[in-house]
Write a protein that binds this ligand. Structure first.
Ligand SMILES: *Cc1c(COP(=O)(O)O)cnc(C)c1O
Length: 372
């Protein structure tokens, strides 16, 4: 059993994918070729965002937006403590200060009360609360309405880290079009993944879009040899765009399949573990299916012995990682992030997971819970 079975998808796409890649090789436009423009249109259509701007990774997508906003030394950027390192790393790379806030114990997304408490405290000191990055953890969109209300009160910008949630929606609105700029990732294991690194920025703001387009090509003005700002090299290569276009054609079906698999896990694991809960009106992209267990480590060992892969996303709050030990946190502490680190376990999740495999996972977890 695979944790994420990319080879099943590869088999399904077969020669379509081969010929798409071959066409790029023959076409000779390896960086920002015609497939990249085609993909950007398709991504904008899929999400209803006004602009989709591809780039070299999800990490770069986050950083490009912060760069466009001029986030720099003296700025505090509030980020959840329970997320992947990239969310906070981009803040530090720009010389600004990541400030860790806690998450909600049910949906694992940013807790607006923690944001308000922390921004109030930061505003009393030397740093300016400049922005907040909300993460759509495990594929479920954060509540951008509530977060934007809190952020407005402190005059903070909001960025969506949608690296795990491409394909999700809240109240019928797709990830990428939730009223704030969003950054997604096309890392192979994400819901829509390519065969290398890739990412995209989504925004409805024409000016922001133009700046991000400039920043990703060395701060170009009229052309590459006209430099109007300091930028970076962060372009999507054309082969990856061709791969993503081929995968987009089956993507809606795959998202629906992930939902069926999540529903089935929910039934199979009732009474065995705390299963994920989605907010009313949200459709998750199910990047991960993450349960909570009191005997998490024993359960992981039992699964491993049965040949079933699992993973702990994330074992530690980012505030406890060596790289971020000196960063400020919510003055009330980060109890939810700390507890989740001890109890979460992510199970195999991909659109091609069989009923039999899901039943095996559930049987092993049931036995581990009985013997605990
Ligand atoms: C994967 C991920 C990123 C980074 O994306 P890359 O494409 O790997 O750079 C950022 N934030 C979160 C929450 C992620 O899961």
């Amino acid at each position: 059993m695979e944790f994420i079975d990319l080879s099943a998808q590869r088999k399904r796409l077969g020669v379509d994918l081969d010929s798409a890649i071959l066409a790029v090789l023959e076409g000779g436009h390896y960086i920002l070729g015609p497939e990249v423009a085609e993909l950007e249109l398709a991504l904008a259509n899929r999400t209803s965002a006004r602009h989709a701007i591809t780039c070299a990774s999800g990490t770069d997508a986050l950083m490009l937006v912060l760069m466009a906003w001029g986030i720099s030394a003296g700025d505090a950027v509030l980020v959840p403590a329970f997320t992947f390192a990239a969310t906070a790393e981009v803040v530090s790379l720009l010389g600004a200060t990541p400030v860790f806030v806690d998450v909600d114990p049910v949906n694992y997304n940013l807790d607006p009360l923690s944001v308000a408490r922390t921004a109030t405290k930061i505003a009393e000191g030397p740093l300016r609360p400049a922005a907040v990055i909300a993460v759509d953890l495990f594929g479920q969109p954060a509540d951008y309405g509530a977060i934007a209300t809190t952020a407005r009160h402190f005059d903070m910008r909001v960025l969506s880290d949608a690296a795990q949630s491409f394909g999700a929606s809240r109240s019928g609105v797709s990830t990428g079009a939730m009223g704030v700029p969003a950054a997604t990732s096309f890392f192979p294991a994400k819901p829509l993944g390519c065969y290398g690194d890739g990412g995209a920025v989504f925004t409805d703001d024409d000016e922001l879009a133009a700046i991000v387009r400039s920043l990703r090509v060395h701060g170009q003005g009229d052309d590459k040899y006209d430099n109007v700002r300091v930028g970076i090299n962060s372009r999507l290569d054309t082969v990856q765009a061709a791969v993503l276009l081929a995968k987009l054609r089956i993507f809606n079906e795959e998202v629906a399949q992930r939902q069926l698999i999540a529903n089935r896990y929910g039934e199979l694991l009732r009474g065995v573990a705390e299963v994920p809960v989605t907010d009313p009106g949200t459709v998750s992209a199910w990047a991960q299916y993450t349960i909570k267990l009191n005997n998490r480590d024993q359960a992981a060992v039992a699964l491993r012995k049965a040949g079933i892969p699992s993973a702990v996303y994330y074992p530690k709050a980012l505030s406890e990682q060596v790289a971020f030990l000196s960063c400020p946190t919510d003055p009330a502490g980060l109890p939810v992030s700390a507890e989740l680190g001890k109890r979460v376990l992510s199970l195999p999740m991909h659109p091609y997971l069989s009923v039999q495999d899901q039943e095996r996972v559930a049987a092993v977890l049931l036995e581990a819970s009985v013997s605990a």
